[in-house]
Write a protein that binds this ligand. Structure first.
Ligand code: ATP
Ligand code: MG
Length: 731
């Protein structure tokens, strides 16, 4: 048998891990040392050499994208599709189990996944139902409370409130929320894991079945498993299963979402005869980048301790750029990308990483101005777009009329004369009757609980859905999507919208039909539509619609975990932002921020730029920040500060306001004198970067002030110069 493709491209330590006898195995190693590669090759080895059936293997990845890539790599190595193998995220696998065993899990067969947006709305409604003041009980905090407890595996009855009335109220909302979910057949992300765990505990025979089926389980990014995931895995593995856990304690960055770095150590104690393998050679980054990453992470305490070396070149120094403000920083980055492109490199090979999602907007605007294609990875994703969620809501209602979240979303979209008062009335009635809003509507229509006009419109809406359901019974998924989009009036609705946005929405809806056409059902337990809808909710659209266009990748540092790019920009690396101001005071959180920095640096293969803005508009006011302490932890010898030699004279670029060499750049106190452009709107009460609403152009962002003119980038109609007296309402 020729095992060379599986073992050839590995070093000794990797080879040893890949070909080890069956047993529990911990692969503990730093970034870029080939952990994920080992996991993939191990699976190929099990199938090809050990003759293990793919049916007996489960692999857990951190994202759905990683799962798809893993399948692809295994297929490449084996030359065949590893059908029957389960590869997915903890959530994806839990979902699959619950769908297959909905009765044992005490769920309706057609249960739906509640995404975080819908969850928040439901929590709001539940709190209202309990007559709780929204100011005192902000839905966001309650959402955190509920999710946090679910991550810890705690149902309301098990939460220790110690008689604290505040906690008791939160538990009360949690309980009411659970009831609402159960009634509507909805399951949030945390619930997926919790139920899947309970499924094991309450059904020993089922558990036995899966323990027999999966003697091999492999988990990537093990350092970010949370309590309930660990517990689920522990129960599944029992005493017989061989678990390969792959991780790096220095890359544990989801503590805020309940991840437990300690799980790595627990694993060694809880599982029998764990063989620990350490990989010490980094294949990803230049020596400079690696030395910088190591220097930063050394400042953390209590690490498990690993070494990481490279045979690679020193490579270029890390470039540090101090932007005058965030616009200047963004412009700098875009110019470097254009330079990179001029060298014949692809855009795909560049990533811009930032600490929080809100930072992307400025970067996006700078990219848009220069027409550089970009993709937000994990941001406003295809399946999260308004029009797509609306179309999916119709499909969800076809399957399950009791899905209140979907019902509320589309009862008046497109507008059909059902006002918020009517909807409030239906909601109230549903609450009183303990039924779904759909049932409430039907009852109210027949018992004249609505005004004649409202009753007509509501009845028409219900009839529309019933008809869609009838029409689409025997149709393919693609045809169902097409029928939904056309009969619901969504296409016409968006066609009427002015500007490019409406156009983009129509295109997205058409793209949804394409997505349905291309959809490949894998799970025989579900109808294709159910599988598709659940996939859309689970995937959270990690893949974007325009996946094949060459584009710069924008993402948060968290999302970048596990990925690599030849050229990486880390933007906004300044105190207050990174480390985040909420984390700087607390040692535990500061260490997690530092690990995030380690993750960021180690994404870079060839070249790393770090940038920050000396002044930044943040949370509505201007702040002056110092460079991040993490940058100071990198030895000077590895960094070169970038000084711009020539000024850029494009009028729209804020950077053009200062002189033509670094020496003449205005320092802090002199800024206002430096150019005629000011970074505030004088007495207009407006400020740079602010979001505003214009009566005809809609919403936009202030890009620029000059004399009595304001430049605004409108979401729908693009950039425009307006007179300072224009009617603009701050948002
Ligand atoms: P992270 O901690 O960031 O998830 P990792 O440890 O999982 O990183 P991989 O992504 O598996 O590392 O590997 C990093 C890079 O090194 C990849 O491009 C991979 O193909 C390459 N690589 C790994 N092992 C070898 C090897 N033995 N020879 C050549 N290249 C390798
Ligand atoms: Mg990896």
């Amino acid at each position: 048998m020729d095992v060379s493709p599986i073992l050839d491209q590995l070093n000794d330590a990797q080879r040893q891990a890949v070909s080890a006898p069956a047993g529990n195995q911990l692969i503990l190693a730093g970034a870029g040392s080939g952990k994920t590669r080992v996991l993939v090759h191990r699976i190929a080895w099990l199938i090809q050499v050990e003759r293990i059936s793919p049916f007996s293997i489960m692999a857990v990845t951190f994202t759905n994208k990683a799962a798809r890539e893993m399948r692809g790599r295994i297929e490449e190595l084996l030359g065949l599709n590893p059908r029957g193998m389960w590869v997915g995220t903890f959530h994806g696998i839990a979902h699959r189990l619950l769908k297959a065993h909905w009765q044992e899990a005490k769920l309706p067969q057609n249960f739906q996944i509640l995404d975080s947006d819908d969850q928040l709305r439901l929590i709001k409604r539940v709190s209202q139902g309990l007559q709780l003041d929204e100011e005192r009980w902000p839905a966001k905090q309650t959402q955190w409370f509920i999710n946090h407890n679910k991550d810890e595996g705690l149902r309301p009855d098990y939460i220790q409130t110690h008689g604290d009335p505040h906690q008791e109220t939160l538990v009360r909302i949690y309980r009411a929320y659970e009831e609402a979910c159960q009634r509507g057949g909805m399951v949030d992300f945390g619930e997926l894991l919790l139920r899947a765990h309970e499924l094991w505990l309450n059904n020993p025979r089922l558990l036995q079945h899966y323990q027999d089926r999966f003697p091999f389980v492999l988990v990537d990014e093990f350092q970010d498993t949370n309590t309930i995931q660990y517990a689920w895995l522990r129960v599944l593995a029992g005493d017989r299963c061989a678990v390969t856990a792959v991780g790096d304690d220095d890359q544990s960055i989801y503590g805020w979402r309940g991840a437990k770095i300690e799980n790595i150590q627990r694993y060694s104690q809880d599982f029998q005869g764990v063989e620990t393998v350490r990989l010490e050679q980094n294949y990803r980054s230049t020596r400079t980048i690696l030395d910088a990453a190591n220097a930063v992470i050394e400042n953390n305490f209590g690490r498990l301790g690993k070494t990481l070396r490279t045979d690679g070149d020193d490579g270029e120094k890390i470039s540090l750029y101090a932007g005058f403000n965030e616009q200047d920083e963004a412009r700098f980055i875009v110019e470097r990308i254009e330079e990179w492109q001029r060298k014949g490199k692809s855009l795909e090979s560049c990533a811009i990483l930032y600490r929080s999602n809100a930072q992307s907007r400025i970067l996006e605007e700078a990219l848009l101005r220069e027409s550089v294609p970009y993709r937000i990875y994990g941001g406003q994703r295809f399946y999260e777009r308004l029009e797509i969620k609306n179309a999916l809501a119709y499909m969800r209602l076809i399957i399950n009329r009791n899905d209140d979240a979907a019902f509320e979303r589309v009862i008046n979209t497109p507008t059909r004369g059902i006002g918020s008062k009517t909807v409030d009335g239906i909601r109230l009635f549903a609450r009183e009757q303990g039924c779904s809003m759909w049932d409430a509507s039907e009852q109210m229509v027949s018992n004249k609980g609505l005004s004649a006009r409202a009753a007509n419109s509501v009845a028409a809406f219900c009839a529309l859905l019933n008809e869609l359901d009838n029409q689409t019974q025997e149709l393919s998924l693609e045809k169902i999507a097409s029928a939904v989009i056309n009969s619901s009036g969504l296409i016409e609705f968006h066609e009427k919208e002015k500007g490019e946005k409406g156009q983009a929405r129509v295109e997205n809806l058409q793209e949804l039909i394409n997505a349905c056409r291309a959809f490949n059902p894998e799970n025989d337990d579900l109808s294709p539509m159910e599988e598709f809808l659940d996939g859309a909710a689970l995937d959270a659209g990690e893949a974007q619609a325009d996946e094949f266009e060459d584009a710069v990748q924008l993402m948060t540092l968290h999302t970048a975990k596990g990925l690599e790019f030849p050229l990486v920009f880390m933007a906004g690396v300044e105190e207050g932002l990174f480390p985040h101001r909420m984390s700087a005071e607390e040692p535990g959180r500061l260490e997690e921020e530092r690990r995030l920095c380690y993750v960021g640096i180690t994404r870079a293969m060839e070249k790393l730029y770090i940038s920050y803005a000396e002044s930044r508009r943040m949370y509505g006011s201007e702040t002056f920040n110092n460079v991040s302490r993490f940058v100071k932890e990198i030895p000077d010898a590895l960094i070169e500060e970038v000084r711009l030699k020539t000024a850029i004279t494009r009028p729209v670029s804020f950077g053009s306001s200062y002189g033509d060499s670094a020496q003449s750049r205005p320092r802090l106190g002199q800024r206002k004198l430096a150019g005629r452009l000011s970074d505030d709107g004088g007495d207009t009460g407006l400020s740079l970067g602010q979001r505003v609403l214009h009566p005809s152009f809609g919403e936009g962002t202030i890009l620029h002030f000059e004399g009595n003119k304001i430049q605004i980038n409108f979401d729908d109609v693009g950039s425009k110069w307006l007179i300072a007296g224009a009617k603009l309402d701050p948002l």
